[in-house]
Write a protein that binds this ligand. Structure first.
Ligand SMILES: Cc1cc2nc3c(=O)[nH]c(=O)nc-3n(C[C@H](O)[C@H](O)[C@H](O)COP(=O)(O)O)c2cc1C
Length: 397
């Protein structure tokens, strides 16, 4: 067996780029408009520095924590992403990798594998939904996810259907029928490892969304489901409260960037929020999540769990987020690059890289537990943070 281990997430991304047809790679890279938010999510982590010690350092460091009531061995959870066509085992490979490394995963309602299979591979699964379709169909999805054993619900709110990209969007077919396959063939032939993985698994890249229906119903295509979502009037905070009540268990509101919205999520009964801008795929020029985190954590961190996602590529990024008030982080592309590069082993590799980086940072900062991190552990340049939707402080004369 060749050694397929990679040392950084950047290397996993390079391999993913080599292995995937360019349209599939482009769909994962995503971003929107100018790509300002996509880049700022990562650039802001590079602007934040550490303030390390050199002696009296802890010989042992502990990364374990809980997220939505689930014990996890490191403060990193897999973010929900629609990963169609990346790898034949898709979300099931991710679920196995997360379970092997002792952590939880979010399963997108636009995922390619049924929630029952994913929960069987990782019982610590949180099911993710959008406000989409009728209340009856949302209830049916929730009932199905609960019956499958999902441990929590993620409601993602930050999507405003912004589709253009200055660098061009990949062409993704509605279905992989013969016509689409013929058009796609040159890209596939140029990436034989990707093609071979699907050939070995005797399946075609699946562009349907089996989790947006009740069990046993015909699954719509990704674009069919997306079209229905576009037609659905956006939810009110009362709708979000209704959703949480219907779920009846731990529920996380994903996509919060403003303090006032974080407070409304608390009022709507959320147990957690993720400070998120959808990885820079939505409303471009929304600030990086790490810039918005401190104000949100200060406002609601003593009432609910505050998580963060967006731009996490190394263990040091995780530690910076925790120091600035997050309980844990979610990873999107880092997981997708690992999956595309080496399947389940690649996702395990990514989680190991993050665990190693968190451990180094804890050692350097002299912290024996992720729970001991504080804002003093990081240095921020002036004007780094963004306080969105917070009441303005009275001006001192
Ligand atoms: C290709 C792709 C698909 C995504 N699909 C979903 C989704 O179905 N549901 C969701 O809540 N978030 C989705 N996201 C957003 C991620 O959950 C997460 O917020 C984002 O990727 C975090 O940024 P990062 O990629 O820099 O880690 C998607 C992100 C990407 C890159």
């Amino acid at each position: 067996m060749p050694n397929v281990w990679f040392e950084t997430v950047a290397e996993a991304q390079r391999r993913a780029k080599r292995r995937l047809p360019s349209s599939v790679y482009g769909a994962l890279l995503a971003g929107s408009e100018r790509g300002t938010t996509y880049r700022d999510n990562m650039a802001a982590f590079a602007e934040a520095g550490f303030a390390p010690h050199v002696a009296d350092l802890p010989a042992k460091r502990d990364q374990s924590t809980t997220v939505l009531g689930q014990s996890v061995s490191l403060p990193v959870v897999i973010s929900p992403t629609g990963v169609q066509a990346v790898h034949p085992e898709g979300e099931v490979a991710v679920a196995r990798a997360a379970a092997n490394r002792g952590t939880a995963m979010g399963l997108s309602s636009f995922a390619s594998r049924p929630v029952e299979e994913v929960v069987a591979a990782n019982p610590q699964t949180f099911f993710q939904m959008y406000w989409m379709g009728s209340k009856d169909s949302m209830l049916a999805q929730m009932q199905r996810a609960r019956a499958a054993g999902a441990k929590g619900l993620i409601v993602t709110l930050d999507w405003s259907f912004s589709h253009g990209r200055d660098w061009g969007s990949p062409r993704i077919p509605e279905r992989l029928d013969l016509k689409a396959l013929a058009r796609f063939a040159p890209e596939g032939i140029a990436h034989p490892r990707w093609l071979l993985a699907f050939a070995r698994a005797r399946r075609l890249p699946d562009l349907t969304t089996p989790n947006v229906t009740a069990a046993g119903e015909q699954a719509p295509t990704f674009f069919g489901a997306y079209g229905e979502w576009m037609q659905t009037p956006p939810p009110t905070w009362d709708d979000i409260r209704w959703m949480g009540e219907q779920w009846g268990g731990p529920f996380l509101v994903k996509g919060i960037i403003r303090v006032d919205d974080a407070k409304r999520a608390v009022d709507a009964g959320a147990h957690a929020v993720s400070v998120s801008n959808h990885g820079g795929n939505n409303l471009d020029s929304t600030p990086a999540t790490i810039r918005a985190l401190p104000a949100v954590a200060e406002a609601v961190g003593d009432q609910i769990e505050v998580l963060l996602d967006g731009g996490i590529r190394r263990g040091g990024d995780v530690v910076k987020a925790l120091a600035l008030g997050a309980r844990a982080v979610l990873i999107g592309r880092a997981c997708l690059w690992g999956l595309a590069a080496e399947g389940q082993a690649g996702v395990e590799n990514v989680l190991d890289i993050l665990r190693g980086g968190i451990d180094s940072a804890l050692l350097g900062l002299g912290r024996s537990s992720v729970h001991d991190l504080t804002p003093d552990d990081v240095v921020l340049p002036q004007g780094f943070t963004r306080s969105l939707g917070a009441p303005r402080r009275a001006r001192t004369p």
